[in-house]
Design a protein around this ligand. Structure first.
Ligand code: 5GP
Ligand code: MG
Ligand code: MG
Length: 175
């Protein structure tokens, strides 16, 4: 049997996002930014984060696939949905749910840098550094977590649980 244990509460997420929003607002003071949400996992985070950023901003969405329904990385990344707008000359901030191996992000960074943004930074809610294979520089991290499969707050298990307002770990119960 599987059970869900809360890893990061709703309140902790809220407080941390407030801090990140303030930091981003300070760092980009006087500029406009373009938030790029990596679907689907990054949706909750981007929506809540955007409300804590006091700057003129655009939102755009991108979908890449690297995992399918499995719990381990396939190493294959492809663009399933591209951005609607060009990013040339814009200050782009990629908003991700979680960085694990780093393969998805390093591919995205390479692809988006080819489009000549004015700047390109990464903001992730969760960082799991233990399984990193691709070297990516992450500018804003919500929480660093151990190497366990997490779900909730945008993150799925077989496309479900994204609506949980907290981050949970799925563990096997002893029977
Ligand atoms: P990476 O390419 O960095 O290995 O994986 C990034 C993507 O894999 C994330 O954006 C997320 O969609 C998925 N992923 C990695 N770890 C987890 C996890 O613990 N839980 C869930 N639900 N997805 C994960
Ligand atoms: Mg993601
Ligand atoms: Mg997934």
């Amino acid at each position: 049997m599987k059970q869900l244990d809360v890893l990061i509460s709703e309140e902790k997420i809220k407080n941390r996002i407030k801090e990140l929003g303030q930091q981003i607002t300070r760092d980009y003071s006087g500029k406009e930014i373009c938030l790029i949400c990596v679907l689907k996992g990054g949706v909750m985070f981007m929506v809540d984060l955007s409300k804590e950023i006091d700057l003129p901003l655009e939102m755009d969405f991108m979908a890449v696939s690297s995992y399918g329904n499995e719990m381990t990385s396939s190493g294959v990344v492809k663009i399933v949905k591209d951005l609607d707008e060009p990013i040339e000359g814009k200050h782009v901030l990629i908003v991700e749910d979680i960085i694990d191996s780093g393969r998805t992000l390093s591919y995205l960074v390479k692809t988006l840098n080819n489009r000549k943004p004015a700047s390109l930074r990464i903001c992730t809610l969760l960082d799991k550094p233990e399984q990193r294979v691709s070297d990516v520089k992450v500018d804003y991290v919500g929480f660093t977590i151990p190497d366990e499969f997490v779900l909730g707050y945008g993150l799925d298990y077989m496309q479900k649980y994204r609506n949980l307002p907290y981050i949970a770990v799925m563990r096997d119960t002893e029977e």
